[in-house]
Design a protein. Sequence first.
Length: 229
Amino acid sequence: MTSSPLQPPLPRPTPGPAAADKARFWDRVARKYAADPIADQAGYEATLQRVAGLLSPQQSVLEIGCGTGSTALRLAGGVQQMLATDVSTAMITIAREKLAAQPLPQLRFEVADAEAPAAGGARHDTVLAFNLLHLVTDLDAALATIVAALKPGGRLVSKTPCLAEMHPIVPRVLVPLMRAIGKAPAVLVFDAAQLQASLVRHCLAIEAVERHGTRRKDIRVFIVARKPG
Ligand SMILES: C[S@@+](CC[C@H](N)C(=O)[O-])C[C@H]1O[C@@H](n2cnc3c(N)ncnc32)[C@H](O)[C@@H]1O
């Protein structure tokens, strides 16, 4: 897309010091994250297939917390344009390397904090957030940004670990211990009902609540929620 002198490019929010703090853990682990195998490949494929069915070639899609871009690279071919963002510069560097190896003209990767006010207004048909909403500092701020980025009638599609559904020793003892030694990021602990209640508070109508895991217990709830049209 080109910009004319009459239409300057939209201002982009630049990550401030808070965003740099959020990025620190992910910048450090990005190369390892990229190399690690997907824990439940069949569950991931089921999610991709489900999400692909919600997208169409007319759509503008925003993915937040895109990590190294694997999901965006799988889905962008089916939409008009996709902007995939992450607070971590290291993650976006890897995503751009992958995009250079597998060019997709409709896909762009940018560094952005999912909790910062969205630039560009309500211009996306779908916002994707995979393995992200339990990692933001302020869930309400992130949801406000998502709603602001969605067109009326647009959808949020999220898959999020619900740590409150694990044995309490995990969020109360193991995660804090791992955080203390730099092996885990800060997390929000909620269950699927609490997450749905947060979405509803932001006026999103829940359309689907699913689990796609192929293992015995899947704590990652998949939710489709629509902004009023
Ligand atoms: C567990 S990884 C998930 C990556 C990818 N969505 C996936 O499913 O593989 C979490 C990602 O969220 C990003 N992240 C964490 N907090 C964020 C924030 N406030 N804004 C944007 N991205 C964030 C991290 O940098 C990391 O890349």
